[in-house]
Design a protein around this ligand. Structure first.
Ligand SMILES: [Fe+2]
Length: 416
């Protein structure tokens, strides 16, 4: 069968084997007015169609629509992109917003576009698939395993041991794999000192210094204006919701406890949010939209602070609705005055439903922290609390910058 120069809907053309009259070639010529035709000698792994407002590429089961300006802006040629520094050289503002390519062609691996000034851009088809909106919206940014107390216990996520963790990258990778999946991970056998706790955290990331200091160590001495510095029970919450960017990771190490109680409560906030999404998408959506203020006011003789953080309870990536941060702290939630009373009423209903999920006993993982066991908690995901306690309890820890934890994970080949 010989088929050439077919003016048919593009996809049917490209799925048809076409015998070339002379030699194998895959070329495309403009038909004018952004209409194109395509000749090909064998099945191509991709097909394309130049539409008026987008360039359509079908490849690997994906149908992708690319804006023309985007295509020119994302040229990775040597003159447009510095591959040594991985930075754009092209001045985006110099591109005609109505730019269109004059020619297009494909081979097995790439799409080639020729622009009006003669510049040719080569796009690897895999790169297009990985970087397209259509490709991204179907994939998770941060793959995770949602859990409740039962499923986390059954998963039996292994702890790592201090000595090996400090020297072996595979052990660090194992630790981070758990951390990314569950939002919590443990290092065991750590000497019960502030200095060794600091060493463990620095293996993972940079320490984020806050008004609490770099490494903090405290007992229930009311030394700061916060309930954490008491012996009282603490309901589940995320920390530093009163920062514009809440701290990414929290580290705890119980150095000493001579008394009873004081177990740590952990709840997977993403799991609770997912339950809410399944049950009531509208309430979930409201919690992603209403900006809520959190505030930290401290007026002690040697500490005076006033922090304000603003953001929704559920922060989602808009292209795939994936929750990436939960900001939940009923202690520090400030006056709600960012929306009108009718929205406030619905917001309280949504907040109540999320709270029900967060308070479901099935979701409560209780852990007794003991000297030697350092816990890392994803403060953008896992809520923590504690039961009241008696006796002397000394805890140390710090916050880590989230970017740097994820950076370490990516450098070890993990998706983060
Ligand atoms: Fe806390």
């Amino acid at each position: 069968m010989l088929l050439t120069r077919i003016r048919l809907p593009w996809l049917s053309v490209c799925k048809t084997r076409v015998a070339a009259p002379s030699r194998l070639q895959r070329s495309c010529a403009p038909l004018g007015n952004n209409r194109w035709q395509h000749t090909t000698a064998q099945p191509s792994p991709c097909s394309w169609k130049a539409r008026e407002n987008s360039f359509e590429v079908s490849y690997g089961g994906l149908v992708m629509q690319f804006d023309y300006m985007w295509l020119r802006d994302h040229c990775r040629s040597a003159s447009c992109y510095n591959s040594k520094t991985n930075q754009r050289s092209l001045d985006t503002a110099s591109i005609d917003l109505n730019i269109r390519p004059e020619k297009a062609r494909t081979d097995d691996e790439s799409l080639y576009l020729t622009w009006p000034d003669g510049h040719v851009t080569q796009y690897k088809l895999d790169w297009l698939a990985q970087n397209s909106y259509e490709g991204k919206k179907h994939s998770a940014m941060h793959p995770r395993s949602l859990w409740n107390a039962g499923s986390y216990t059954r998963a039996d996520a292994p702890s790592v041991s201090f000595e090996k963790f400090m020297t072996c990258n595979q052990e660090l990778k194992r630790f981070l794999t758990n951390f990314l999946l569950y939002g919590i991970a443990f290092v065991d056998d750590v000497p019960a000192t502030v200095e060794d706790t600091e060493k463990v955290t620095q293996r993972v990331s940079l320490i984020r210094e806050t008004m609490y200091g770099r490494m903090w160590s405290f007992t229930s001495d009311y030394s700061r204006g916060d309930t954490a510095y008491t012996k009282l029970a603490l309901d589940r919450h995320t920390d530093t919701a009163y920062f514009q960017e809440p701290c990414g990771i929290q580290v705890f190490h119980c150095l000493r406890h001579e008394g009873t109680g004081g177990r740590t409560l952990l709840v997977d906030g993403f799991n609770a949010a997912d339950k809410l999404l399944q049950r009531s998408p509208k309430l979930f959506e409201l919690l992603t939209q209403v900006p809520i203020k959190h505030e930290y006011l401290e007026n002690l003789s040697d500490h005076s602070n006033h922090m304000v953080g603003i953001g929704p309870v559920l922060n989602v990536y808009p292209w795939n609705n994936e929750v990436y941060m939960i900001r939940y702290n009923n202690y520090d939630r400030a006056v709600i005055n960012t929306v009108s009373h009718d929205v406030v009423q619905r917001w309280y209903a949504a907040h109540r439903e999320l709270t029900k999920e967060l308070r479901d006993p099935d979701n409560e993982l209780w852990v007794k922290l003991t000297p030697g066991k350092v816990i890392f908690i994803d403060n953008w995901r896992v809520l923590h609390g504690r039961e009241s306690f008696t006796g002397l309890r000394q805890l140390c820890g710090c916050y880590l910058t989230r970017d740097d934890v994820l950076n370490t994970a990516r450098s070890l080949g993990l998706q983060a």
